[in-house]
Design a binder for this molecule. Structure first.
Ligand SMILES: Cc1cc2nc3c(=O)[nH]c(=O)nc-3n(C[C@H](O)[C@H](O)[C@H](O)COP(=O)(O)OP(=O)(O)OC[C@H]3O[C@@H](n4cnc5c(N)ncnc54)[C@H](O)[C@@H]3O)c2cc1C
Length: 299
């Protein structure tokens, strides 16, 4: 009953998705809701998918939602999807897909668990991390993963083992109809001080090199094999470049920021301009790391 009430309370019609993205940009969806249990998730999709497409988002930290919005239903995982548990043998960590990276990182420090220190600097959720194979400074989410529980395209709950998932650089083989609801990780124990030390090194590096307190979406482009994207962007002299309210960060040229009431179009056009210039100069095709979703605004 309590769950049902919180589900109903979370229903938002014609909702501005910019409120749920790190960039703070993005048009409306028909319906936004936060589900708290597998039953709510499955029942919602069962009814909704007959009428409208469905999109699951986490913290919205890796997306540009276009200004015309998403014609469909956007679901966020809350309630029971934010649990963190350790098994009796102290060897497996089970994490709900709606759990924030910062919450899990804090838990790992408290329980002396190593291997996920890098999450302390990533502002996503576990579901988004797995979908994107998030990582930094040599570690990535797939490293200690044992398996994931998903709701598949037929709305069945299914466990997918690590070796059944294709993980690549910032990419997994999950498609948009598969919803990650839980993940299990191997537990490696380590001294608390060592864990804290690793996290603080990561945090210091980030503060010096990334615009972590700006409205951004993290890395705009994937790093090509031979050159980091920021270097190619510096070669075309785009550090600090502005287009409308969007700007290439002065601190890290592979980060776009919403500098002054940018629209999603400003951000995307600036990104496309960078892609074209890098292609013209170096014949290297930068690939978007940011996921661009939805429709352009009709003018
Ligand atoms: C300041 C800043 C720093 C960042 N640093 C890093 C970094 O160092 N390394 C890195 O890898 N990334 C980084 N990012 C990018 C981003 O935080 C990660 O990609 C993160 O994993 C995205 O998680 P999210 O929950 O925000 O996903 P969202 O941005 O909400 O969604 C991303 C994609 O995942 C899908 N998705 C979300 N949840 C689920 C789910 N439960 N099941 C299935 N699909 C789902 C969405 O549909 C979408 O396609 C950074 C971003 C910012 C803003």
């Amino acid at each position: 009953m309590k769950n049902k009430r919180s589900l109903l309370k979370s229903l938002k019609f014609n909702y501005k998705l910019g409120k749920k993205t790190w960039f703070g940009t993005g048009g409306n969806c028909n319906l936004f809701l936060e589900v708290n249990s597998i039953k709510q998730l499955v029942n919602t999709i069962k009814i909704a998918k007959k009428f409208l497409p469905i999109l699951v988002i986490g913290s919205g930290s890796n997306v540009i939602i276009r200004d015309g919005g998403f014609k469909g239903i956007v679901i966020k995982l809350g309630g029971n999807f934010r649990k963190i548990e350790i098994d009796n043998n102290n060897s497996v960590l089970t994490v709900g897909a709606g759990t924030k990276d910062s919450e899990l990182a804090k838990f790992c420090v408290e329980k002396n668990i190593s291997g996920l220190e890098f999450l302390s600097g990533i502002p996503g959720t576990i579901g988004g991390n797995i979908k994107m194979n998030a990582g930094c400074y040599g570690d990535q989410i797939s490293d200690n993963l044992i398996n994931c529980t998903i709701i598949d395209e037929k709305l069945n709950k299914k466990i997918v083992k690590r070796n059944e998932i294709d993980f690549h650089y910032r990419k997994s083989s999950f498609d948009s109809r598969q919803i990650i609801i839980e993940a299990r990780f191997k537990i490696q124990k380590r001294d608390k001080l060592q864990i804290r030390k690793k996290m603080s090194i990561i945090s210091d590096k980030r503060k010096k090199s990334q615009p972590v307190s700006s409205r951004t979406g993290g890395s705009t482009f994937k790093n090509p094999t031979l050159y980091p994207a920021w270097k190619l962007i510096d070669e075309i002299d785009y550090r600090g470049k502005q287009l409308g309210g969007a700007k290439v960060s002065n601190l890290h040229s592979n980060f776009l920021i919403n500098y002054k009431n940018a629209s999603s179009l400003d951000l995307e056009m600036l990104g496309d301009e960078i892609k074209n210039k890098v292609w013209e100069k170096r014949r290297i095709n930068l690939k978007w790391e940011l996921i661009r979703i939805g429709e352009f605004k009709k003018v």
